[in-house]
Write a protein that binds this ligand. Structure first.
Ligand code: PMV
Length: 324
């Protein structure tokens, strides 16, 4: 059994697509994967929370449970991971893989990457294939490409390594040493959206108003640089303020929506130091930062406003093997 954490983008979503830095945190919601050998040579993969199950045998997919299209999209990447590790192992053995995740899906929290990293680690451990964290990251990233087309790689990186990372497209990942606690409320609007169309929206605004959007890009970069300093000093007030400014920029680009604004305003009114959308926006999740003594109050306010909300904390634990 292995597990891996979900993530939130604290600063820099969308701007990161245009070359600016983003700051991401692993959070204490985890995806779990259990791997066992089978007597036969089949590969059986099931996800209890998605209610999906399928057999893979000689490249033929047989759905046992759930919507066939969804099963194919969600389970194929996991099959890819298992087969890659089986190749290294050398001998073809049958496997049962069971996924159990506490991460809300399709909400911008990196659930598929967390599952991919957990499956890679669980299968590697079961088959005694020595896998470094880099190996887990690499295979999880390849699997993510099957789900998302051309992802930046930030999700599998943070799920594998944990903690906090600065990510920039031209320079890659840099771990960020953050000692201070970052108490966050995550509020899920439960409004589904497509990351792809949100990215398109920003591209279109940037093309139509290059002179307006360029300074916004530079502002986003400055926000990240200032946030790094504020986090090092443990200055949560500044981090909160920067979150509000970052959200204003995202709002300006058109990627917020009514459901997010509703939850963000509720959090701010209840005493949050800052609140913003996280991920692609247009629905999905928002995050709010609060001092520990205010966090329950902010949580309740976001819940009352209709959000599916919970308290999350940064975790330094990336992918790990769980005691069986
Ligand atoms: O909502 P998510 O987790 O898919 O986040 C998307 C973040 C973007 O910056 C909008 C896209 C990206 O690839 O970085």
């Amino acid at each position: 059994m292995a597990s891996a954490p979900a993530k939130v983008i604290l600063f820099g979503e969308h701007f990161v697509v245009h070359g600016e830095p983003a700051l991401v945190l692993a959070i204490d919601k985890r995806a779990y994967a259990k791997a066992e050998k089978r007597e036969d040579k089949k590969l059986f993969i099931q996800s209890s929370n998605l209610n999906l199950a399928a057999y893979f045998e000689n490249d033929i997919l047989r759905i046992e449970r759930g919507n066939p299209k969804e099963a194919k999209i969600k389970l194929e990447p996991l099959k890819y991971i298992a087969e890659k590790i089986l190749e290294t192992h050398g001998e073809r053995v049958g496997l049962n893989i069971e996924v159990n995740s506490t991460v809300p899906v399709a909400a911008g929290l990196g659930s598929s990457a967390a599952v991919a990293a957990a499956v890679a680690a669980a299968v590697g451990a079961l088959l005694n294939v020595k896998m470094s964290r880099e190996d887990v990251f690499r295979v999880a990233y390849e699997a993510e490409k099957l789900v998302h087309g051309t992802p930046s790689g930030v999700d599998p990186a943070i799920s594998t390594f944990g903690g906090a990372l600065i990510f920039q497209m031209d320079t890659g990942f840099k771990p960020l040493d953050v000692k201070t606690e970052i108490p966050l409320v995550i509020g899920n609007t439960c409004v589904e959206r497509s990351t792809r169309s949100q990215i398109e929206k920003v591209r279109s605004v940037k093309e139509r108003y290059p002179q307006v959007v360029e300074p916004m890009m530079r502002a986003a970069r400055e926000i990240v640089l200032n946030a790094v300093e504020a986090l090092k000093k443990g200055s949560l007030d500044t981090v909160g303020e920067l979150m509000n400014i970052n959200h204003a920029l995202l709002y300006g680009l058109g990627v917020s929506d009514e459901s997010l604004e509703w939850l963000i305003n509720a959090a701010r009114k209840a005493g949050a130091l800052g609140a913003k959308l996280t991920g692609a926006g247009g629905g999905g999740c928002m995050i709010a930062l609060a001092y520990k003594d205010k966090i329950e109050q902010v949580l309740e306010a976001v819940q009352r406003a209709g959000g599916n909300a919970f308290i999350a904390r940064k975790t330094d634990e990336g992918v790990r093997i769980e005691p069986s």
